[in-house]
Design a protein around this ligand. Structure first.
Ligand SMILES: Nc1ncnc2c1ncn2[C@@H]1O[C@H](COP(=O)(O)OP(=O)(O)O)[C@@H](O)[C@H]1O
Ligand SMILES: NC(=O)OP(=O)(O)O
Length: 304
């Protein structure tokens, strides 16, 4: 089996210590997959992390410590930070294997309407009052995020092409465990003078689905902070979705059952991967639930 496993940014905790602990746990499950002979490519989100990096470096710049960093550079920094934890944890589990994190750029369309409609939550969660204060101070937009509080939102254009795809394929073919597409990839556009980073954060679930399709994977696994996808989420009549066909998922999307900016892009990414591909499947579950999901005991399975 060739699998792309995407670790969610919010699911990676709030501090380097917490993130490393969570990554170590997940690395054990990923190592089990690899030891069983499956080819595994890993990607990850960066919402909280890229926001923290950008805010921290902006604060430093405001206090005379260097210059503030644009979002493409913050995205690249997050790929190194999270990639380092994944690379080290997997190497500790699989000392005889080569593990490599690839700084990944992903082409987007500069005319994407996403640049006029910021939807991607980044950074920490704030109260409504805190968000309104920060929005006024910094001139940025905040939106409510899946009932968890308010977060800054940034443009999230659709991923069109993975610039380093051939390098990823070469590493896979050589038996290297690849960490790629981190944070959805650094968003770049084509200009007359070449590639250029743009201030955006691509949704890693959509990038992971593109990567899975590009490398002809048969399974896409999206790991987040919930064991299943639900309808009537967080309501008294919440219902667990264990098995979802494309048509059923589209009906629930039409009913707005999945929060925009959080679960909706996950379900849409899975649909883009499995639709018209009966040989493929996608699973959405929690980081801690990976082993049980692989055993068919947990997680929402999405199929054509
Ligand atoms: N219908 C739903 N079913 C399950 N979770 C949902 C649903 N709608 C919103 N969510 C929220 O979406 C979150 C996953 O989105 P997000 O935090 O952006 O993912 P990531 O782990 O990739 O950062 C879940 O942890 C949950 O809080
Ligand atoms: N870039 C991205 O999708 O990050 P999250 O998984 O944290 O949303």
């Amino acid at each position: 089996m060739k699998v792309v496993v995407a670790l969610g940014g919010n699911a990676l905790g709030k501090t380097p210590e917490e993130q490393l602990k969570l990554v170590k746990q997940t690395a054990k499950s990923l190592a089990g997959l690899i030891k069983a002979g499956h080819q595994v490519v890993i990607s990850h989100g960066n919402g909280p992390q890229v926001g923290q990096i950008n805010l921290g470096l902006s604060y430093a710049a405001e206090h005379g410590e260097g210059a503030s960093f644009p979002f493409p550079e913050c995205g690249a920094l997050s790929q190194g930070y999270i990639g380092y934890h994944l690379q080290q944890s997997l190497k500790n589990e699989l000392p005889d294997k080569d593990v490599a994190t690839l700084i990944t750029q992903i082409l987007v369309d500069e005319k994407d309407h996403a640049f006029q409609n910021p939807t991607k939550p980044i950074g920490s969660f704030y109260s409504k009052e805190e968000a309104e204060k920060l929005a006024a101070e910094k001139g940025v937009t905040f939106k409510e995020d899946a009932g968890r509080g308010y977060r800054q939102v940034i443009a999230s254009p659709l991923p069109e092409k993975i610039i380093e795809l051939n390098a990823i394929k070469t590493l896979i073919e050589n038996g290297t465990i690849v960490i790629a597409g981190g944070g959805g990839g650094v968003p770049v556009i084509k200009t007359e003078s070449g590639l250029k980073g743009v201030p955006a954060v691509i949704d890693k679930d959509r990038s992971s689905a593109l990567l899975a399709d590009n490398i002809s994977a048969d399974t896409l696994i999206i790991l987040t902070a919930v064991d299943y996808v639900y309808v009537n989420y967080n309501k008294p009549d919440q219902k667990t979705l264990k098995d979802l066909s494309v048509s059923e998922a589209k009906e629930f999307i039409a009913e707005k059952q999945f929060a925009a900016g959080s679960m909706l892009p996950k379900v849409e990414a899975c649909l883009s991967f499995v639709e018209n591909h009966p040989e493929r499947k996608a699973i959405i579950t929690s980081l801690a639930g990976l082993d049980d999901a692989l055993a068919g005991k947990l997680g929402t399975v999405i199929h054509n």
